[in-house]
Design a binder for this molecule. Structure first.
Ligand SMILES: C[S@@+](CC[C@H](N)C(=O)[O-])C[C@H]1O[C@@H](n2cnc3c(N)ncnc32)[C@H](O)[C@@H]1O
Length: 218
């Protein structure tokens, strides 16, 4: 049986039972394998841009007939080889936020009220939130977790064709409330430290720091 680490477990918990998933950038296909083994999903597409990662995935799915029957491995740059009517929930985990936003931008069909995005940016979460808010999605949940020395977040979003009423400060801070958990505090502290570092570098370069100060103090 597949055991997920805290980061992937947090993503798995947001997949809606009974829904078909696509795991983009799957590598070992741990997440789809876990969802199938635990009967959370009827089927999954485990997609990756690399043949090597898909071979890693094959080693996992070939350990049982159920996994190999219900998980399809697919070579795909982002969502390019995934068809709109094949999936309900889309997981993109373990990539930078800029790449996640690019993958979503290249697949306008994700703007569908029946689909759910479960996104786990390793960096630049602000780019993911900005994409979501500017493209009519509602961020319905964010969660933080810590595994060893690392702090992770996930962002869960659904398309609502909503106007964007969020600002830069929201893109940086998101829905996670400082006092909701120890992991949330760690996330906020790390974000604040990186914003302060960015502000100091801008200041040193003689650039305007008014906007970034607003985010830090907002
Ligand atoms: C760090 S691994 C993350 C694996 C797994 N999703 C996780 O969170 O543990 C990143 C994976 O994303 C894949 N990847 C990078 N760019 C991609 C793209 N544009 N489309 C699909 N997969 C991509 C890489 O080949 C790699 O297997």
């Amino acid at each position: 049986m597949i055991k997920l680490d805290a980061r992937l477990k947090m993503a798995a918990e947001e997949v809606r039972p009974g829904k078909r998933i696509a795991d983009i950038g799957t590598d070992h296909a741990y997440l789809p394998a876990f969802l199938i083994e635990n009967n959370i999903c009827p089927s999954a597409i485990a997609a990756d841009i690399g043949k090597g990662p898909l071979e890693n995935a094959r080693k996992i799915t070939s350990t049982s007939k159920d996994l190999s029957d219900r998980i399809e491995l697919r070579l795909s740059d982002g969502l390019k080889e995934i068809k709109e009517d094949e999936v309900d929930d889309i997981v993109i985990a373990g990539m930078g936020g800029i790449l996640i936003a690019e993958i979503l931008t290249a697949a306008p069909w994700v703007k569908d009220e029946n689909k759910r995005l479960i996104l786990q940016p390793m960096s630049h979460a602000e780019d993911v939130r900005k994409y979501l808010c500017e493209n009519g999605f509602e961020i319905i949940k964010e969660k933080a977790c810590t595994d060893g020395r690392h702090n992770y977040i996930i962002i869960v979003a659904e398309f609502r064709n909503k106007e964007n009423d969020k600002d830069e400060a929201f893109y940086y801070k998101g829905l996670i409330q400082y006092d909701e958990s120890e992991d949330a505090q760690k996330y906020h502290n790390a974000r604040m430290a990186s914003l302060i570092k960015k502000r100091d570098a801008l200041k040193k370069a003689g650039q305007n720091v008014e906007d970034i100060e607003k985010i830090i103090n907002g």
